[in-house]
Design a binder for this molecule. Structure first.
Ligand code: ATP
Ligand code: MG
Length: 424
């Protein structure tokens, strides 16, 4: 026998048992996004490597070490997308969709990063993201956050999440602070760990993001970006906070929040939970006012977020709720000569009741075996089609989950009967 091939490390399957919660998350998110006027945009999983290197920033984790990059058969450098925003910007520009301000789009699908697989971190993972173009905020910043807050509310996980927020200021302010931070950290070189020493020259702001406990005192004492913002940036931040307060959305100012990607400006935020261990950020985003220009477009501002579906699914799985939709009906064929009639009957029921979840027994089997399958299927009722029933145009209905008596229902009335008696 040949060896069984396994999936790649960090690239999990989504198994049927987990599928209902994934689908619940996706349809709930799609409904909320659509209610705020976001349109779906699908982009390919594979893009030119240059698309990502240009926008994400050379000294970021993604570009330094996480991208799946390879030469295709034509020797072009291509990469599996590590995130969605770059592709969305490319697509909006490529199809001339940025002419009118206020374009809102969302996307969903797998992303790829070569990371060390662990709880809450895989190499193929999934994001649902939203992006808005042509609006400089802070009104749209506030609406975007309200939309995410509403999604948590609808999903029933708002009690598990808190909003952390910061401002990175304009590109110029950020650049100036970066230099200032660099000079300050250079004076404390002896206290930096290896990772931070490496980042000191390439991306000193990422040092603030370090999870190393030994670094926390130093990071706490480091100069704060927020103290280096000009009036306009501060006003943007203050106005956003004021709108959030009006909507009763609580927030925490996290001065260390710098985000891993280079393209952010002004508002940055993360929704964080304490219920998932170390990987607690379930949604992250911010404003990227220079990104469209960086991709060869006009100076069009943008803002967006991406949520990690695996982490949201993990939160949803902690709820007592059962997301699976069980079948309503299991059709038992007591007499195998009626197989054909049974299949036809099942199709007629589906015509009448498009919502009906119906399993027809396949592959024969004794009554005992079929009832066992019916029971295992978790259907509410079994329909038994036998020779006697067929001869009198009837079917026997047996309740599988309670003690109600079995009844005979005429085949003509069956659709109506099911509609009235099934609790869905
Ligand atoms: P981290 O600091 O955890 O590496 P990040 O800044 O790289 O996060 P983003 O690029 O902002 O993450 O991605 C947005 C969200 O996507 C994250 O908050 C998380 O929920 C999810 N995510 C990112 N990388 C992974 C991964 N490797 N596995 C599972 N989910 C992920
Ligand atoms: Mg990361």
């Amino acid at each position: 026998m040949s060896e069984k091939i396994q999936s790649l490390r960090g690239m999990p399957d989504i198994l049927p048992l987990d599928a209902p919660v994934w689908q619940y998350l996706e349809r709930t998110a799609a409904a909320v996004l659509s209610s705020y006027g976001y349109a779906y945009l699908g982009t390919p999983l594979l893009e030119s490597t240059a698309l990502f290197t240009r926008s994400i920033g050379a000294a970021t984790d993604i570009i330094e070490k996480e991208m799946y990059t390879f030469a295709d058969r034509n020797n072009e450098s291509v990469s599996l997308r590590p995130e969605g925003t770059a592709s969305v910007v490319r697509a909006m520009l490529q199809h001339g969709l940025l002419q009118t301000p206020g374009q809102k789009v969302w996307y969903q699908g797998p992303m790829f990063r070569y990371e060390k697989p662990q709880r809450g971190r895989s190499r193929q993972f999934h994001q649902i993201g939203a992006e808005v173009f042509g609006l400089a905020g802070p009104d749209i910043d506030a609406e975007l956050l309200a939309m995410s807050a509403r999604l948590w509310e609808v999903l029933g996980i708002s009690g598990n999440l808190r909003l952390e927020i910061n401002s990175l200021g304009s590109a110029t302010e950020r650049q100036r602070y970066r230099q200032h931070l660099h000079d300050w950290l250079a004076l404390h070189k002896a206290e930096l760990d290896d990772d931070s020493l490496r980042r000191l020259e390439t991306n000193p702001m990422r040092i603030l993001d370090s999870k190393n406990p030994d670094m926390q005192a130093l990071i706490g004492a480091a100069p704060k970006l927020f103290d280096h913002l000009g009036d306009t940036s501060r006003e943007h931040f203050d106005q956003l906070m004021a709108i959030l307060d009006c909507m009763n959305i609580s927030w925490q100012h996290n001065h260390r929040l710098v985000r891993g990607l280079d393209y952010y400006t002004h508002t940055v935020f993360e929704w964080v939970t304490d219920d998932l261990g170390a990987q607690g950020t379930v949604c992250a985003g911010g404003r990227y006012d220079g990104l469209v220009e960086l991709h060869g477009g006009a100076a069009i501002p943008g803002i967006g977020f991406a949520m990690g579906q695996e982490r949201l699914v993990a939160l949803l799985q902690q709820l007592p709720q059962d997301f699976a939709r069980q079948p309503d009906v299991y059709l038992i064929i007591a007499d195998q000569s009626l197989q054909q009639q049974a299949i036809v009957l099942a199709e007629q029921l589906r015509d009448q009741l498009p919502e009906l979840r119906l399993l027809t027994n396949m592959g024969g089997g004794s009554m005992r075996a079929q009832f066992k399958r019916a029971d295992r299927s978790k259907a509410q009722i079994a329909l038994v089609l036998g020779a006697d029933e067929w001869a009198t145009d009837q079917i026997t209905v047996k309740w599988l989950r309670n003690q109600q008596d079995q009844v005979a229902v005429s085949l003509q009335e069956l659709g109506k009967w099911l509609q009235q008696n099934l609790n869905s």
